[in-house]
Design a protein around this ligand. Structure first.
Ligand SMILES: [Zn+2]
Length: 223
């Protein structure tokens, strides 16, 4: 156990303790996610004893970060960061959009439970992004997709309005602006999280998951 805290990658072999998390800064955690994603893309993964981790985690949880991800089945959040049981909070909703319940979940993860990083994770070939571009209207999907629409408007400003519905460059742009929009909404909609970020207690970042390589490209923090 003592040696594990010295090598971040080996954190994956046992459930995270409060003591281990206390030693990590938000920036350390960002580096851990980056190195974990490198392990994933290189197929350099730790074999975990999940049965033991379940027992160890039963008494409490000390996750490093909270990830707001899309619903997509091809984005297994813990796996792509080489993390396991007890390591991450994951909030999932189609199109990784923000609403009041997501904000409440992020506030819980950081302010109550001590996570030190918020990652909004978009991904390529996102069905929600594609459906919003195609202006699909169906049941409750309509109001969900409406939350993505401002990102389409932002993308048109860069790309121009003459895009094909299946244009992957345009899709990627909408995906990026949608992540940026969620980051803005987190800061605007949660004074608690904004203050934590200002005080350096947490960092709030965006990323895009590359479906073909498994790589997460982190967006520059300042926009
Ligand atoms: Zn998606």
């Amino acid at each position: 156990m003592q040696s594990e805290s010295h090598h971040p990658n080996t954190l994956g072999s046992s459930v995270l303790t409060e003591e281990q998390r206390a030693k990590l800064s938000p920036q350390d955690i960002l580096e851990l996610l980056k190195s974990g994603n490198k392990d994933f893309t290189e197929d350099n993964l730790t074999i975990r004893n999940n049965t033991q981790r379940v027992r160890d985690a039963a008494i409490g949880q000390y996750p490093l970060a909270v990830v707001l991800s899309c619903l997509d089945s091809r984005v297994p959040v813990e796996d792509i960061f080489h993390r396991g049981l007890g390591d991450l909070f994951v909030a999932r909703v189609a199109g990784n959009i923000v609403n009041d319940d997501i904000l409440g979940s992020l506030e819980y993860a950081c302010k109550i439970s001590g996570a030190k990083l918020i990652l909004v994770l978009g991904h390529e070939y996102c069905g929600a992004i594609q459906s919003a571009i195609k202006d699909i209207k169906l049941g409750n999907i309509t109001s969900l997709l409406n939350k993505i629409k401002p990102a389409i408007t932002d993308a048109i400003k860069i790309h121009g309005s003459s895009y094909q519905l299946s244009d992957s460059n345009f899709e990627d742009l909408v995906c990026k602006f949608n992540v940026i929009q969620s980051l803005t909404q987190i800061r605007q909609g949660s004074p608690i999280l904004k203050e934590m970020e200002k005080q350096g207690e947490i960092i709030i970042v965006g990323g895009i998951y590359n479906m073909k390589t498994g790589e997460v490209r982190f967006l520059a923090n300042a926009f």
